[in-house]
Design a binder for this molecule. Sequence first.
Ligand SMILES: Cc1ncc(COP(=O)(O)O)c(C=O)c1O
Length: 351
Amino acid sequence: MSFDINKLIRDNIRKLVPYSSARDEFTGRADIFLDANENSLGSPLPGKYNRYPDPHQWKIKQKIAEIKGVPTQNIFIGNGSDECIDILYRGFCNPGKDNVIICPPTYGMYEVSAAINDVEIRRAGLLDDFQLDLVHLENLVDSNTKLIWICSPNNPTANSFNRHDIETVLNNFDGIVVIDEAYINFSRQKSFISELTEYPNLVVMHTLSKAWGLAALRLGMAFASEDIIAVFNKIKPPYNIGQATQDLVLQALENVAEVNQFIRELVQSREELASSLKNVSVVEKIFPSDANFLLVKVNDAKAIYNYLLTKAIVVRDRSRVELCEGCLRITVGTKEENEQLIDTLKTFETS
Ligand SMILES: Cc1ncc(COP(=O)(O)O)c(C=O)c1O
């Protein structure tokens, strides 16, 4: 493998002089801020919010560096993982020319973001056991392949990929391998975040939307080499994370113990939900899960989905997705919600 980031970055991005915000140009101490055309009088909100936020989110990065064991200069903070996904396309993929590889069935945004950026998607579908098809994947790579998307644990199949297979991709691909670990906290597998120094072509994505329970705040993270993080920083809007989100996230990051407790409870509930579902006659198969949801094959997905809706329970119908035929994707709820789901499914059996 010969990884050369300069061959991967789009020319226009390499040449780009990024926007320099007022808060970028000023360092040091000041009492009077007349540099950013803010409203000096205040705002209608307590806590003010009349000043632009830190464009680099240093306080959050310092806290995340401690929690994840990664230096701050290897961290990018995005407006959800979805912003990280979009920036990877804009930084590395020439519209109408380059291509990327996804391993379906997988998270839908890799494909939507590719379409928005006019980038060709190539599909190396998973094998029947939901593992990576390395032979197919290798055959799809050409000199215009810039990114390979690996979602592990994978949405919607819920499993993690074999570590050795992911390492094979990392060792043999000259482009960027993105490992989306949105569900890693629920997994038996170790994060690839500790491998950043091994692989210059690795980007790992995490999010606060799942185990951390902060989906509404919109905070995603990308971890990578300083060279790759520099590309992210060049492209992002100057103030991509608002002050309210920064304040609340900083507060939340003090509570690692509470999040660890959520994780223990959700993993235990996942196992309880899986064993309860085994006793429901419409359920044909429950796939092993390394995430906070279960992929469940049922005897009539459409009818059961609609029946649950009439009882005000919404799950995700994945029955028309390749390899997930006949399946519903069910997020692990609270104990009460899970019980209600099981009771309702049992009433469908007899209805
Ligand atoms: C695999 C995967 N990655 C990323 C996301 C989105 O993360 P965020 O809320 O940080 O944009 C999701 C959301 O469902 C997901 O399933």
